[in-house]
Design a protein around this ligand. Structure first.
Ligand code: SF4
Ligand code: SF4
Length: 393
């Protein structure tokens, strides 16, 4: 069995595979999965020294019910108010221990063992039924609990033939759905504080923090596509591309017309050098590439404009047409190399790089009276200007 110190490193190596396993298990008989996981729980916990490990007490903060707050405060010899004040923080789910390493953990294990919260007693929940509805939590707990890690390794052995076929089956098998087992709260993503926290992670470019934050939000709003997509987008920003693909492909099956989901899924695919053919689309996205269609679109958009437009403006317009499989910088270079466009300004910043189309110019041709036909001379007399419809390019 792995020691807690080695667990995180080991988990990094199997993380993607474990998420794949999760998708695979969702397609299995749930009763069978319960039976196997419960049996593995018995086998592996038997004789295992949790006190020597205590990793969950260092990594997972338990929630305390009201009666547990009373029991623990009596055990510790403080009032419930003092306990809350010193050790707990109020969350939407109840009072939670606020320190990452539990203050009741000692070198000999839990100092409040006989009245420890139910969250601690039941952790890691592998002895319970309905495992298939809690697989996301279990995969996350592979990085915390050596027992859960071991259960996943043995599940892979147990299902090895079918799991290999599943993995070899390719991307079309992706997307059984990344669903949560929490209650449907179906709220709109309109709470200002939630937005503020989200923007804060963005501002700091704390992508791991953003994933964690949005994961919790997605759990709270399992049937709101906006929250689900935002989690997928955070995986992409945090460069967890494989996980993003699993997750977003599942969401696409559920919400096939959602463009945000389609585009983030494409972001993840392109980031790992795959393309749109790697996914079985329910609704195929429109993908724009740097070709004549894009040139024509840019030309027709810019032609009636009196003033140049920035590359950023152009990209905004193109976004309306489909997913841009190129970067702003590449569009800038592409237009610069085409003689139908004039590109001026920054070579890097899209909002400071201005594009216009090359206009047709009406040239003046000076025609000598000596060679002008007599009827034209009679009409206007003297020197005349004639329009020369020569396209200046
Ligand atoms: S209360 Fe005890 S069992 Fe629960 S996290 Fe703290 S030390 Fe661990
Ligand atoms: S439940 Fe898991 S993480 Fe917690 S002490 Fe036991 S083996 Fe370690």
């Amino acid at each position: 069995m792995l020691s807690p110190e080695k667990l995180k490193k080991a988990y990094k190596k199997v993380e993607e595979e474990n998420w794949m396993m999760r998708t695979f298990l969702k397609g299995q008989d749930p009763d069978e999965v319960d039976r196997i996981v419960n049996k593995l729980h018995e086998e592996i916990f038997d004789g295992f020294d949790c006190v020597a490990c205590s990793n969950c007490c260092k990594e997972v903060a338990p929630i305390l019910e009201t009666h547990e707050i009373k029991a623990v405060s009596a055990k510790v010899g403080v009032t419930a108010a003092e306990l809350k004040n010193k050790y707990l923080v109020k969350t939407e789910d109840g009072y939670m221990i606020k320190q990452k390493t539990c203050p009741f953990l000692t070198g000999n294990g839990c100092s409040i063992y006989d009245c420890r919260p139910e969250n601690c007693r039941k952790y890691p929940y592998t002895q319970k039924d309905e495992i298939v509805s809690r697989l996301a939590n279990l995969v996350a707990n592979c990085a915390v609990c050596p027992i859960v890690y071991e259960i996943f390794e043995r599940l892979k052995e147990y299902y090895q033939g079918e799991f290999r076929t599943f993995k070899d089956g390719g991307w079309e098998l992706y997307g059984d759905g990344y669903e949560y087992d929490l209650e449907d709260e179906d709220e709109e993503y309109d709470d200002f504080e939630e937005w503020e926290a989200d923007v804060d992670y963005f501002y700091k470019q704390d992508w791991a923090g953003l994933v964690e934050y949005r994961f919790q939000q997605a759990k709270k709003h399992p049937d709101a596509p906006e929250y689900q997509w935002r989690l997928g987008e955070a995986y992409v920003l945090n460069k967890e591309y494989e996980k993003a693909i699993f997750f977003l492909a599942g969401l696409h099956k559920k919400y096939p017309d959602d463009l945000d989901i389609q585009y983030s899924l494409l972001d993840a695919l392109f980031a790992v050098d795959k393309d749109e053919t790697a996914v079985n689309w329910i609704v195929k996205p429109t993908i724009l590439r740097l070709n004549n269609d894009v040139l024509d679109y840019c030309y027709n958009f810019l032609k009636p404009k009196r003033k140049p437009r920035t590359i950023a403006d152009l990209c905004l317009e193109l976004c309306e047409k489909g997913y841009m499989a190129f970067k702003e910088q590449q569009l800038m270079e592409f237009l610069r190399s085409n003689d139908r466009f004039t590109v001026k300004g920054s070579t890097e910043a899209s909002h400071d790089c201005f594009v216009s189309v090359v206009k047709k110019i009406w040239h003046l041709r000076v025609v000598s009276l000596a060679v002008m036909p007599i009827h034209e001379k009679n009409q206007i007399g003297g020197l005349v200007a004639k329009n020369d419809r020569r396209f200046h390019s």
